[in-house]
Ligand binder design. Structure first.
Ligand code: HEC
Length: 131
């Protein structure tokens, strides 16, 4: 009886620990995913602006501003990957490109198309290896 009770308690403690570990893992992933999802949302809005040919800075500048902010969060969101020199370079390059574009937002659709192609390439080159 006593052994059975102990086994039961052990199983219960194990189950509780498993729940806690799962919750911790989910929480750890929440921030990097959040950063990426916010970035995807604003990149998507810029693609949409291009599709509907509303390419002026008034429409796009806030989205570019958010891309600057969020790409600047990549080092904080992925602390485990930052020691990897290539990852850190991709993160820095993406942030620098976003800053450069946001400082002088495209004035027409040709410019916006070029900017989005460059930004998309930066997303892809990091994802190809690290996602
Ligand atoms: C420096 C590297 C890097 C750059 C640059 C980068 N990403 Fe990511 N991205 C990642 C990694 C790593 C993951 C996987 C995160 C995970 O699953 O925890 C990811 C995941 C994602 C996801 C999935 C998130 C989820 O909820 O699972 C989206 C969407 C995304 N990125 C969008 C973008 C967009 C849009 C850009 C460019 C504007 C971009 N990323 C630029 C590294 C990068």
């Amino acid at each position: 009886m006593r052994t059975l009770l102990l086994a039961l308690i052990a199983a219960l403690v194990g189950a509780l620990a498993a729940v806690q570990v799962t919750a911790a893992l989910r929480e750890r992933d929440a921030y990097p995913r959040g950063v990426m999802d916010v970035m995807a949302m604003h990149a998507g809005a810029l693609d949409q602006a291009l599709k509907s040919r509303r390419c002026v800075a008034d429409v796009t500048k806030d989205h570019f501003g958010m891309l600057v902010t969020m790409s600047g969060e990549i080092p904080r969101a992925f602390p485990d990957l930052m020691p990897d020199k290539e990852f850190a370079k991709f993160a820095n390059d993406a942030h620098a490109l976003d800053q450069q574009i946001a400082a002088e937002p495209p004035k027409d659709c040709a410019g916006l198309q070029k900017a989005m192609a460059q930004i998309g390439e930066h997303c892809d080159q990091c994802h190809r290896i690290y996602r």
